[in-house]
Design a protein around this ligand. Sequence first.
Ligand SMILES: [Zn+2]
Length: 644
Amino acid sequence: QEDMRMFKLADLNTATINVFSWARLQPSEEIYDFEQMDRIVDMLTKQGYDIVMGTSTAALPAWLCHRYPEVTRTSLEGIKNRFGHRHNHCPNSPVFKHYASELVEKTVERYKDNENITVWHISNEYSGICFCDNCERAFRVWLKKKYKTLDKLNKAWNTDFWGHTFYSWEEIVVPDARGDAIGYDDSAFAGISIDYNRFNSDALLDNYIMERDIIKATLPDAVCTTNFMGKYKQLDYFKWAKELDIISWDSYPSYNTPISESSSNNALMRSLKQGQPFMLMEQTPSQQNWQPYNSLKKPGQMRAQSYQIIAHGADTIQYFQLRRSIGGCEKFHGALIDHVGNEHTRVFKEVAALGSELDKLGDTILGSRVKSQVAIVYDWDNYWALEYTSGPHKDLKYNSQIQKYYDVFYERNINVDFISVEDDMSQYDLVVAPVLYMVKEGHAERIESYVEYGGVFLTSFMSGIVDQSDNVHLGGYPGPLKDVLGIWVEEFDAIAPGMSNSVEMNSKAYTCDLICDIIHLRGAKSLAEYTSDFYTGTPVVTKNTYGKGEAFYVGSSLTPDFLDALLDETIERLEIESYGTTSHNLEVISRVNDKGQEIIFLINHESFDQTMSDLFVGETDVLTGNKISETELFKGFDVKIIVR
Ligand SMILES: [Zn+2]
């Protein structure tokens, strides 16, 4: 009852419940006890709250692990987990599936008539990987379905190498540390490890689908989701997104996460369902507990972060957690209601103020969409393949290359979508695909046709190298992208840490590092050349005219000022809408609603005052009703919203 009083004071309208309650709901195999949950549901319902109903299957009850040891996971090292932690279920355990299904059936049956339940939150933060015997058997079944014959599988994995040939399905073992894995991120056989990641992502997705289908069998119109975690490596979120009714995700930047990275995480989450507004399922109102340094969010910072998420497409903001627990590993994780237990805290007041402000904003923002002329290709298979591959450079990481290009657009306040390798490119003026290492069947043809009809495409070093099985496209790099790019890459050099190469574009000198491609022109034009090492004078950046469009190739990791110079010309020529380059971390993003109104969010992510962009002078900030003046300073962590 006290919580209900405080929720009202904080202007909350929704509560997520029942996320980790399995042990409470089912104290033993034979007994279910919904008494406490009934009371919570009743209280929230009587007070008119919307309820996001969890299914509680993300943390196993102790009795289940004690009685059926098979339900827990086996680690990469081959160690069989016992009871403990959360996210500890084997996705392929028939016993887990049986008891999880039964729990979801009972929960749906009990609350099916409650009209306050607006969303079903299935499990929680699906994650991790299991290498147990059940998974091994299921992996073989998955492989049989994919490859049909051992001959095809052996070809796909190129098992002639190191004499890995399989003569029966039973000989195939999971690629754990006792087999082909070299730690979590490397593998002796990338093809096998990539398939195992695909299999594990599918197995966890099957767990999600199992629960969702139980809910929908009784409630066909139920809105189902599970909370994602940004660029989380282990799960192919584009594939998962197809099975979710709405994307929801948990945003936990640390004290030093670049703002542009939070920006790209939100853009990616929005893009998983092609721009459909999403839910922020979790953020902390103040601090975290699980990072090395859990700094407080400074006054106003939580509000600024919340508006960043809304600006990128969220239609709801939720917090973890509502009341700080007294024990367990998250007792120092921030909460609306602190250990002191009253509403007289800074954090409570900030949450309440934001709640009331969002209430006043009304429906202007709800349902509106971010419109982008630029897309960046994001692909989990590429993420896995690039990082499993042995060589050429240990520091070559997928997300940092993606972020490097995202930053160019972030700095110019240009809206960016992410697209999968299957998504339509034709609605974008510019498509950027950094380190498109794995080019899967049909993708090169789609890129060619996009460029032929006038699209502008940009890719980088380590692109077009392998097919979907991680086998090299023969005939010269960048494989199937050679024609559209009009080049042949003969070799790629790895530049050791602390070293760099120099390049020149339009008589201006720049530096580059990480990888240096040695490129031959095959119809493309050179835009910049190396000025040192034995490949001095050879191209590092090229542009090819192909049909009505253009394809750029960037053969090295170039400094931001080089990328700026390269892309500025293209951005201008393509008339890509930008809100201009603003002061540092003063982010501008826009959404467009059904009435055609453009809602522009201006967010100062820094704690200090900054100069306002003169682009918005004279416009009205709908949050305060004040006109933006010419001399106005943008206060630290302040937010302004303009509706045009
Ligand atoms: Zn398993």
